[in-house]
Ligand binder design. Structure first.
Ligand code: FES
Length: 118
């Protein structure tokens, strides 16, 4: 594994994301309310450009929401632009398919630079 500086923190404002290229690998870098995450830009469904999708929340209906349909996790859910599969950005897990998970890459901030480790 090697660390790669991908740019200053100022180029990744809160609640934005963009795709960068590291050693010919496309990586989506996400700033979710000040916490950084990195995911591969490949969807496990049919290899679509996952990280070019939109970031939103999702609907939930469980004990935490009082069994009412409620919008939750705003800014933490990535939707693939091809067929709409949704992924949890912090963990890489697919929301509707519990056995599907994409890898996540460690992201650190050092001296004002965003660093992704592949
Ligand atoms: S390629 Fe991503 S949902 Fe189909």
């Amino acid at each position: 594994m090697a660390s790669h500086i991908i740019g200053p923190v100022a180029e990744f404002p809160a609640d934005t994301h963009r795709v960068v290229k590291i050693r010919n690998i496309e990586i989506g870098v996400f700033n979710v309310n000040g916490t950084f995450y990195a995911l591969p830009n490949v969807c496990p469904h049919q290899f679509g450009p996952l990280c070019e999708g939109s970031v939103n929340g999702t609907m939930a209906c469980n004990a935490d929401t009082g069994w009412n349909y409620t919008w939750v996790r705003d800014g933490e859910i990535l939707t693939c632009p091809w067929h709409g599969w949704e992924f949890d950005i912090p963990t890489g897990r697919a929301l509707a398919r519990s056995k599907v998970r994409i890898r996540t890459y460690p992201v650190t901030i050092e001296d004002g630079q965003v660093i992704v480790t592949l």
